[in-house]
Structures are given as structure tokens and as C-alpha cells.
Design a protein around this ligand. Structure first.
Ligand SMILES: *[C@@H]1O[C@H](CO)[C@@H](O)[C@H](O)[C@H]1NC(C)=O
Ligand SMILES: *[C@@H]1O[C@H](CO)[C@@H](O)[C@H](O)[C@H]1NC(C)=O
Ligand SMILES: *[C@@H]1O[C@H](CO)[C@@H](O)[C@H](O)[C@H]1NC(C)=O
Length: 564
């Protein structure tokens, strides 16, 4: 038995994390990790939160056996499968957040490195993949908990093969599918007519490097209705309806690529206001130019990029503003926070690149970036306590309605590989709780008690909420309401992720609820807000709505935003 630590030693141990990280990035806000499932049997290469609080998870059908059997004793026979001709295991699962349980789903065609979006009905429309799945469109409709819904597949619904493409849901409810390996074009789904094919996009050819550093292009719907498309280290604004490039942005400083396999991450920053006319993009991390070749040919793992770039894409002549993260990171996942003020960067590595076994030095600690902290480089970041599970290539993270971040995946190997490798295939799911979920803040965290299930673009509506400590509303100063579109996460990119901070009606932002009794758990208030003005600000579909006290978000509620 070792002697009990002395008080000085204890103090030293308590301060050790601070000493290691340095005072500028103190662990002032620890956050909390929990292991939800040691194994769900499938590695979470792709994840989408559905409007019924279930998460659709899948990897690829040619990974060999997974650790989960297909439902009801089925097997998949595929003579063209590159791994197993007869596979009785599942490569997709549904994780139910409230009950922390999962079940296998049936995917038959190959979904490897594919893309997806939710349509206005909340149906997952998932596109492409590899081999027999590269032109497939697959659907998953969220169904009532007691019903066991499953995938539907149309093997040949796309006009071109889409492997490493990016999807964006559009104001008219269609998805645009941009690029993919050796595809210098885009297409729409559903098609406007049976004959509709692809539209040329030479930009994707111009930005291709030897290691194809322009895959999974970063695509964001701008508030003017055009598409912001970033590939390698360049970006354009595309009017997809006339197939015209309406603007070319300055090259991102540093000349390093940011897209797969360089795998930085990108978000459209929260839009300020229901009729937001300004938009800004934040791109963080990635691998240095040449990192892929160095890792592949020489087993040298270059330090990842430490910079982020911010670009106001709605400005007439925007310029990149560069800043530094506390640590270099490639394959980080950026998850927009429900308070509309922050983005979490989690997962990934500090050396190497995306690709099979090409990264080293996992970065275990997530960092938070605050959009509005004025001033000097780095001051916008805080660092949290780390998980003890490396999340390397093929890991993912998505925001849950309860405010936690679901983290899964990591499989840098060509099959499931658990033994004798640096970073074994990860089948676990963890949740990260950002500091706003700290128990000490319970009395100040609001609870939504009334909100519409459906609201049309531009309509006023009111949100009723309670808060135990009513004085915190005054202390924290502002009450805001946000809507958050759940993103489709894969390869360090959450497609369609979008946050709008709604306009509050009137000068007094909150009112005591009239003619209604306060609820047992606190005083009740109403705030009146305006839904996003149109589909350019927020395409019709399902959003999580949060009431935010200062910067503390409530648990979310689902709201369907419609065109009428
Ligand atoms: C998955 O299955 C393999 C082979 O049966 C086994 O060795 C491994 O421990 C399992 N892993 C998990 C996390 O269940
Ligand atoms: C295998 O691939 C060939 C050639 O593409 C195709 O004709 C055949 O239908 C495929 N078989 C299966 C079982 O998918
Ligand atoms: C929205 O507001 C935040 C916080 O004030 C600010 O940092 C950001 O630049 C604004 N976004 C745009 C596009 O103006």
C-alpha cells in the first residue's frame, strides 16, 4: 500500500493539468465524458440524429464481419463484395438516445464514404458510396418507437458515382450532391425530370492535387441562396440554378489544403437573426500539404495544422481572418453548440492525415471556440478534459437534443481490427457534456414548457419556459431562441449543420406568463420570436429549438419549419 498523498502533493496533482496546458488555456470548464455503450457492434463512420431522437449509424458493407448480426437471421450475399461474399453481420445500427439502446439495421449496398441530408419531411436521404452502392439512394424514415423501420434502397438512382461527395439541402427541398472521387460536377436529388443528369463544376478539377485534397468539399448554403463551396484551399460562390460561379474568394492563407484527405473541418457560423443577410464560415485544422504522401511512403507523420480561418462570405470583398487553436488537429469534428455562441472541436489527431493508418498522436481533449470573444488570437478557445478513447480516422460527433454531444467511431483499418494495432477499431459510443450541462447551473438552465410543433417561415410564435432562479434572467442579461439543424457527420464534416438565432419580438424580451400559474419548478415566462424568414436562411425541415438564458441552453424541442 502506498502512503496517503500529502496536502502539497495533492495540490500539485490538482494543478498539474493547469501547469501542463499553461495559463492561457486553463481547464476552467472541465466538461464531462460518459461511456454510453462499450460496443454497438458497428463502427460509427457516419451518424445522423433523426427527429425522433434516434441516431442512424453506418459504416460500409465491405468491411468484413462487424460485431452485430443482421436482423432476424438474414445474410447478405454479394459476389462483388471486396471483403465477404456472404455476410450475416450488420453495417448499420439505430441508437435510441432516451433508452440508451441500439438495434441492427439492414443495408445491402455499399455506403462507404457516402453523404446524406434530411429532407423537409425529416426523412434521411442518403446517397452514394462505393462499388455496388456508388449510385444508390437510400432512405430512412424515422418511425414511432414501437415500429421497427429499416432502410429502403434504390441502387441506381444517381446520375453519377458519388464516393466522398457532400450534400446540402436546398430551399426547394431537394438535395444537391457535390463532387466525389473523379466527379467534377454536381447533381440534385430528387430529379426534376427523369432525364436530369449532372452539372459541370470545373472548380473541382482545378482544386485537385496529387492526393485529391478536395474530396468531401465543404458546402454551405449561403443566406443569398448560393452555395459556398470550399475545396483544397480555395472557395467559390455557386449559383447552382444557373450553374454560374458568381464569386471566387481569396485563397485561404498558408496554402495548405483543408479537405479530405487533409480533413480539416468547416461550419457555417450561427446566423444572427431570422432574416440574416450576413454569413460567416469557420474552417479549422487539417493536414499540411504533402502530409498524405509523407505518411504513405515514408511513414513520417507531419504535424497537423493549428490554424483556423474565418471568412465573411456575404461581404463584398471578404478577407480571411486567421487564428490559432490551442493544439494542432486533423480530422476534428466541429459541432455547433445550441446556444448559438460556440462551436466544439472534438476527435482527431495532431500528426499525419486522414487515410488508412496514416495518423498519429490522437487529440483527446475537445476545445470550445467562442465566436464573439473579440480580440487577440487564441483568446476565443478553452480546453476541456479529454476522453481516454482515441477517435482517429472514421470517427464522428453529433449534437443531441438534450445538449450532449454523441461521439463514436474510429476505424483507421481496412477491416475491423481489434488486436495488435495502434488504434483498434472502436465500436463504443461516448457522450461529452459541455459545461452548460454542469449540475451547478441547474437552477439557471431554462426548461421549455410550450412551443409549436410546426411553424411557417417568417411566422411569429411564442416559446413558454420556466427557470428556477428567475433572477438569473436579469443577471445573464439576454434570452434568445435558436433553431439547430442536425448535421450528417462523416469524415470531420457535418453536412447541413446550421444554427439560426431568431429575432425576438418587442423590446422587453421576456414576459411573465399571463393568466397562467407558475409551475412547481419555477417562474414561467413567454418570449415571442420570429421563425426564419425563408428557406435560404433555414431550409424547411426539422430543427431542434433551444431557449437560451445568457449562454445556457435549455434542452431542445423538435420543431418543423415549413415553407408556408
Ligand atoms: C468483436 O468481435 C471480435 C471477434 O469475435 C472480438 O474479438 C472482439 O473482442 C469484439 N469486439 C467488441 C468491442 O465487442
Ligand atoms: C456484380 O457486378 C457485375 C458487373 O458490374 C454485375 O453485372 C452483377 O450484377 C453484380 N452482381 C451482384 C450480385 O451485384
Ligand atoms: C453573429 O454574431 C456573433 C456574435 O456577436 C459574431 O461573432 C458574428 O460575427 C456574427 N455573424 C455574422 C455573420 O455577422
Amino acid at each position: 500500500m502506498s502512503p496517503p498523498p500529502t496536502p502539497t502533493l495533492l495540490l500539485f496533482l490538482l494543478l498539474l493539468p493547469l501547469l501542463l496546458i499553461g495559463p492561457s488555456t486553463a481547464l476552467d470548464r472541465p466538461g464531462r465524458w460518459e461511456l454510453l455503450q462499450r460496443s454497438i457492434g458497428v463502427s460509427a463512420m457516419h451518424m445522423q440524429l433523426m427527429p425522433n431522437d434516434r441516431v442512424i449509424i453506418f459504416d460500409r458493407t465491405d468491411f468484413g464481419p462487424s460485431n452485430l448480426s443482421l436482423p432476424s437471421g438474414q445474410c447478405r450475399r454479394d459476389d462483388n463484395d471486396t471483403a465477404l461474399k456472404l455476410d450475416c453481420t450488420a453495417h448499420s445500427a439505430e441508437y435510441d438516445v432516451p433508452s440508451n439502446s441500439f438495434r441492427p439495421l439492414t443495408i445491402l449496398t455499399d455506403t462507404w464514404c457516402s453523404s446524406a441530408s434530411l429532407d423537409p419531411d425529416g426523412r434521411l436521404v442518403q446517397t452514394g458510396g462505393f462499388n455496388d452502392g456508388d449510385r444508390a439512394v437510400r432512405f430512412f424514415r424515422a418511425c414511432a418507437p414501437e415500429r421497427a423501420c429499416d432502410w429502403e434502397e434504390l441502387p441506381l438512382a444517381l446520375a453519377a458515382r458519388r464516393w466522398y461527395a457532400t450534400n446540402q439541402i436546398l430551399p426547394d427541398g431537394r438535395a444537391v450532391i457535390v463532387g466525389g472521387r473523379r466527379q467534377f460536377n454536381y447533381e440534385f436529388y430528387p430529379k426534376s425530370s427523369g432525364a436530369e443528369g449532372t452539372y459541370r463544376l470545373p472548380f473541382l478539377q482545378e482544386t485537385m492535387s496529387a492526393s485529391e485534397d478536395n474530396l468531401y468539399p465543404f458546402v454551405h448554403l449561403n443566406v443569398d441562396g448560393n452555395l459556398f463551396i470550399f475545396a483544397n484551399n480555395r472557395a467559390i460562390l455557386l449559383d447552382y440554378s444557373s450553374n454560374m460561379v458568381v464569386k471566387s474568394f481569396p485563397r485561404m492563407p498558408g496554402e495548405d489544403p483543408r479537405n479530405y484527405p487533409s480533413s480539416g473541418s468547416s461550419v457555417l457560423m450561427p446566423l444572427n437573426g431570422s432574416s440574416a443577410a450576413e454569413a460567416e464560415v469557420l474552417i479549422c485544422g487539417g493536414a499540411r500539404a504533402g502530409a498524405y504522401e509523407e505518411a504513405l511512403k515514408k511513414k513520417t507523420y507531419l504535424r497537423a495544422l493549428i490554424t483556423c480561418g474565418r471568412l465573411r462570405i456575404s461581404d463584398a470583398s471578404p478577407a480571411w481572418a486567421m487564428e490559432e487553436m490551442p493544439t494542432a488537429r486533423v480530422m476534428g469534428d466541429m459541432v455547433l453548440m445550441p446556444n448559438g455562441k460556440e462551436v466544439l472541436i472534438v476527435n482527431g489527431a495532431a500528426e499525419g492525415t486522414a487515410g488508412w493508418e496514416l495518423a498519429r498522436s490522437p487529440v483527446m481533449a475537445p476545445v470550445m471556440y467562442r465566436f464573439d470573444n473579440g480580440g487577440s488570437s487564441g483568446s476565443r478557445f478553452s480546453v476541456f478534459g479529454g476522453s481516454d478513447v482515441p477517435r482517429m480516422y472514421h470517427s464522428t460527433a453529433v449534437l443531441l437534443r438534450d445538449g450532449r454531444v454523441l461521439v463514436g467511431g474510429s476505424n483507421p483499418h481496412v477491416n475491423y481490427n481489434f488486436y495488435g494495432v495502434l488504434f483498434p477499431t472502436e465500436l463504443s459510443l461516448e457522450a461529452f457534456s459541455p459545461p452548460y450541462l454542469d449540475r451547478s447551473l441547474c437552477d439557471e438552465r431554462p426548461t421549455i414548457v410550450e412551443s409549436p410543433q410546426e411553424v411557417g417561415h417568417g411566422r411569429r410564435f411564442s416559446v413558454g419556459f420556466t427557470v428556477r432562479d428567475g433572477s438569473s434572467l436579469t443577471v445573464r442579461g439576454t434570452v434568445s431562441v435558436t433553431v439547430v439543424a442536425p448535421g450528417f457527420a462523416t469524415h470531420a464534416l457535418a453536412m447541413n449543420q446550421r444554427v439560426v438565432v431568431l429575432d425576438v419580438v418587442g423590446t422587453a424580451s421576456v414576459k411573465r406568463r399571463r393568466g397562467r400559474k407558475d409551475l412547481a419548478d419555477g417562474a414561467a415566462y413567454d418570449v415571442e420570436v420570429v421563425a426564419p424568414a425563408n428557406g435560404k436562411v433555414a431550409p424547411a425541415g426539422y430543427y431542434m429549438l433551444f431557449l437560451v438564458n445568457g449562454d445556457l441552453p435549455s434542452e431542445g424541442v423538435w420543431v418543423r419549419i415549413t415553407n408556408s
